[in-house]
Design a protein around this ligand. Sequence first.
Ligand SMILES: Nc1nc2c(ncn2[C@@H]2O[C@H](COP(=O)(O)OP(=O)(O)OP(=O)(O)O)[C@@H](O)[C@H]2O)c(=O)[nH]1
Ligand SMILES: [Zn+2]
Length: 342
Amino acid sequence: MTYNLTDLGWSNYFARQALDLSELTPFRISEVHRDRLSALGVEGETGLISTDHSTGDFAVGDWVLADEQYRITHLLERQTELKRRAAGTDARMQLIAANVDVLFITSSCNADFNPARIERFLALAHEAGCFAVLVLTKADQCDDPREMVREAERLAPALPVLAINALDPDGIGQLEGWLSPGQTAALVGSSGVGKTTLMNGLCGLYDATQGIREDDAKGRHTTTSRALRPTRNGGWLIDTPGMRALRLADAGEGIDALFDDLVTLAAACRFSDCQHGSEPGCAVQAAIENDELDPDRLRRWQKLQAEDRRNSETIAESRARDKAFGKMVNSVVRDSHHKKGR
Ligand SMILES: Nc1nc2c(ncn2[C@@H]2O[C@H](COP(=O)(O)OP(=O)(O)OP(=O)(O)O)[C@@H](O)[C@H]2O)c(=O)[nH]1
Ligand SMILES: [Zn+2]
């Protein structure tokens, strides 16, 4: 299978970074394993070598430049970055996927429908820089999904909301409308909402679970595997184990953007540290009394802020470390490249 770079998601954003480096070849990372990287280039899939960095510094979806020996020399700046807080006491941010254009936030038209959870994913999409589309699955199992769609549309201005049957090709077609050729998507949502079903439909895979079992038998299926899969309409879908466990962390800006009406109201409170409880001169409480604000929305905002604050405090240090490291990456890769006499 051969591709042109545009098919793979290459754009001016990346081309600009590679302007003076025409002797190097661009590749898109398709799998990250503990000991090796796979990537897609114009000639198809290939293995790449990273001599100076652990494979953990790369994410599925990354664009890199490599020399004729398939050694990575540059990691190009990401357009979007999906991250999560690593499990355990080392509260580092863990990179889940890079250069995802569209995040399909998946929820189902039943008990799973939960505005707070959807808002959490919206904040995450905002923080990552991805365009968010809300997909409500199992519309076929619900008497009237329209009310739910209306409620969901109120969660963020201009949020596209699709209510579909994920098992129906017409439903998949609606998602494809938001995923143009060369664009990259990822699916997030709780267990059982239909992410695998959507992936199978989008990628034309009909027995994915069977595939995993075969891999298991040969010992090839490991929890560290990452994948960039082609979709039927020329787009890409990133499916990694980490995608399935995305949590909100360090998404203060994303939350503010999502709740900008509340941020504006809060700025009008008499006290700058107003908790919007029983303080005098609270503009938020005034809006609730005038039926201009849903008190549930205030509660969800405060809950998300508290959650983000808890997570962010513990990661502040490791993030500073990561930032310093990130700045170093390009220069170190370049230096070592020169040392090798190129
Ligand atoms: N009727 C109907 N069933 C659906 C729809 N979407 C998913 N399902 C079914 O719901 C079940 C769960 O779907 P999955 O695609 O496995 O859900 P998932 O989000 O991948 O779940 P995890 O792998 O646990 O994260 C399966 O039996 C699907 O066939 C839908 O739109 N309509
Ligand atoms: Zn207030």
